[in-house]
Design a binder for this molecule. Structure first.
Ligand SMILES: NC(=O)c1ccc[n+]([C@@H]2O[C@H](COP(=O)([O-])OP(=O)(O)OC[C@H]3O[C@@H](n4cnc5c(N)ncnc54)[C@H](O)[C@@H]3O)[C@@H](O)[C@H]2O)c1
Length: 253
């Protein structure tokens, strides 16, 4: 896949997709710069990695933190080949739009949308200088479909797709590729809030949320992470500006 010795940045690397991605890419020879607000999670990820790792507490809703994470990668490895803007949060429990507070809406966009914007803003100049680079932003099926009762999350993740498509064209002739991945439900800690809200045992909650998914189940973490790895690999050299659903068929029906 071509990750040997590549300098790879991952946000939200202390848990879920980001943690598994770091573990897998480290095993493929990548040199990692990992950011998260969850420092214990970052340490746990570090313990799973086999190659060079640089860890930094990074709140993606702060532009300075996103700049510092890129700077740490450049200092450690001399550049940045791949960036995964993956950090995210649910924002608010399921509720109708008119009950979403300003604070909930604001926080959801600060992390899920501004976090990607600040990330790309910091990463792109380094990639432009090198004349190459690949970025994958974690959106969601909620970024391409309406997500009833998750209004702020849907708005934030749609915005990620918009940023991705705009950047894909702006930088395509300068050696960069920019895509988004749009997972449906997957078994990571972000789902704890959904399970808690439903008040059902985990298996029953997962069955309920996947009742509209043609495959009638949620994803394993690896089923999403393998697509993230492939999307930014040398093998996938002509995909640009896409919002790639990995969703058991949910967005097809
Ligand atoms: N799991 C799913 O069902 C699913 C589906 C679609 C999209 N996603 C998206 O996938 C991405 C990864 O989520 P996950 O499922 O691995 O969940 P997760 O909760 O396991 O991981 C999210 C990580 O992001 C970190 N984070 C949260 N706010 C942050 C901030 N301000 N700055 C830096 N890091 C921050 C958390 O500490 C956590 O380590 C998110 O963008 C999420 O919206 C997840």
């Amino acid at each position: 896949m071509g990750y040997e010795n590549k300098s790879v940045l991952i946000t939200g690397a202390g848990s879920g997709f980001g943690q598994r991605l770091a573990e897998r890419l480290s095993g493929m020879g990548a040199r990692l710069v990992l950011g998260d607000i969850n420092e214990a999670g970052l340490e746990a990820t570090n313990a799973l990695c086999t190659g060079p790792v640089t860890l930094l507490r990074c709140d993606v809703s702060k532009e300075g933190d996103c700049q510092a994470l890129v700077a740490a990668g450049v200092e450690a490895y001399g550049g940045l080949d791949v960036a995964y803007n993956n950090a995210g949060m649910g924002g608010h429990g399921p509720k109708p739009l008119h009950e979403v507070t300003h604070e909930e809406f604001d926080l959801t966009l600060r992390v899920n949308t501004y976090g990607v914007f600040y990330g790309m803003k910091a990463q792109i100049p380094v990639m432009l200088q090198a004349g190459s680079g690949v970025i994958l932003n974690t959106s969601s099926v909620a970024g391409i479909l309406g997500a009833p009762f998750l209004g702020a999350y849907a708005a934030a993740k749609h915005a990620v797709v918009g940023l991705t498509r705009a950047a894909a064209d702006e930088y395509a002739r300068k050696g960069l590729r920019v895509n988004a991945i749009c997972p449906a439900f997957a078994d990571t800690p972000i789902m704890d809030g959904v399970v808690g809200h439903l008040g059902l045992p985990k298996e029953e909650a997962f069955a309920k949320v996947s009742s509209r998914v043609p495959m009638r189940r949620i994803a394993d973490v690896d089923e999403i992470v393998q697509a993230m790895i492939w999307a930014c690999s040398d093998e996938n050299s002509f995909m640009n500006g896409q919002a790639l659903p990995i969703d058991g068929g949910l967005s097809a029906v």
